[in-house]
Design a protein around this ligand. Structure first.
Ligand code: AMP
Ligand code: MG
Length: 323
């Protein structure tokens, strides 16, 4: 192996993952996934899961003796206890290997891995995950947030609704499956304010509707309503920025109905639509390592004294040094 290679650690929520990437590809990746026994993700329990598995995940990732030029980690946003656990490991590793530490913004890592793994160059990105839902695009030194959720992320809204209907976590894929058997559309609240959207009222209304209507119809109507909101804002960001590409990222991006709706919008607007392979959509260590590599090449590193995690780290706060 030649060139630069970076070890990346991800553990903002349910997925603990370590990867080494170089400029061409992912060399190795290992993951340990926290699955709540009941209910949703409990931050402290997820952090305990990460603490219990992180040594093993790192050991496996390093066992082939690959060269490591820097250690990158998710500095935020995410669940505080999870972030702190993984950041502690990252600091220790960077000190013991005597290589730079690089704190990366998790949302931007989703965008950059998508750009790396597709032919997108300068897209409007729809990033839809458990906790986050944002429409972003690069402009003058920052990834700007053009629109975002005013309350909970679309994934959490789907999971919350699914849980109330007796479906296990994560609910998103189960809602997608059930929606395929739907025969009617039920009107649910469609909330777009300016360029922002909100999902918690929709989740509550869907919970109520599921007492009156067949579950597949509510699942499908939830998807149609929420995804139309996301596609509307993405389309307006495309119109405003004049960009010619749309990129989808985040775990909810696995949903085929959302992809279909975005594809239709992009086709009608004459812009390209890009979706990376599924392994790069949900949270993964490779995306952290990849963004770490871009930052490392631009001369960036994080002093240990500045490596405190930030559960509310906004992507527009990060200065883009690598573009
Ligand atoms: P992330 O936070 O990016 O790892 O994504 C996790 C979220 O993606 C969870 O809320 C899941 O319910 C959601 N998700 C995963 N697959 C799907 C799917 N096929 N449709 C909708 N949501 C999904
Ligand atoms: Mg994520």
């Amino acid at each position: 192996m030649s060139g630069i290679s970076i070890l990346g650690l991800e553990g903002t929520a349910w997925n603990l993952s370590a990867a080494i990437v170089d400029e061409d590809d992912v060399i190795v990746e290992n993951t340990a996934t926290y699955k709540p026994p009941t209910g949703g993700i409990h931050p402290r329990e997820a952090a305990q899961h990460h603490a219990a598995h992180i040594a093993d995940v790192i050991r496996k990732t390093m066992e082939n003796g690959n060269k490591i030029d820097a250690v990158a980690f998710s500095q935020g946003p995410g669940l505080g206890p999870c972030l702190r656990t993984v950041a502690t490991a990252a600091r220790a590793l960077s000190l013991s290997l005597d290589v730079p530490l690089i704190g990366v913004n998790h949302c931007i890592a989703h965008i950059e891995v998508g750009i790396w793994k597709t032919r997108a160059r300068d897209p409007v990105t729809l990033y839809v995950s458990g906790a986050n839902s944002q429409v972003l695009a690069y402009r003058a030194g920052h990834y700007r947030v053009f629109g975002e959720t005013l309350d909970i992320g679309i994934g959490n809204a789907l999971d919350k609704f699914a849980r109330s209907a007796g479906l296990s976590h994560p609910g998103g894929p189960k809602v997608e499956e059930l929606a395929k058997q739907s025969t009617q559309y039920i009107k649910l609240p469609y909330t777009v304010k300016g360029m922002d959207f909100s999902f918690s009222g929709l989740a509550t209304a869907a919970q109520e509707a599921s007492r009156k209507y067949p579950l597949p119809d509510v699942c499908s109507s939830f998807q149609e309503t929420a995804f139309a909101m996301l596609v509307e804002v993405t389309e307006r960001a495309v119109a405003h920025t004049g960009k010619k590409e749309v990129l989808l990222g985040g775990g909810v991006g696995a949903n085929s109905r959302l992809r279909e709706m975005l594809e239709i919008m992009c086709e009608e607007r004459g812009v390209e639509f890009y979706v990376p392979e599924k392994r790069f959509m949900g949270d993964n260590g490779a995306m952290i390592a990849h963004l770490g590599l871009l930052m490392y090449k631009s001369g960036y590193s994080t002093r240990v004294s500045e490596s405190k995690v930030n559960p509310n780290y906004r992507p527009d706060e990060a200065i883009v040094t690598w573009r």
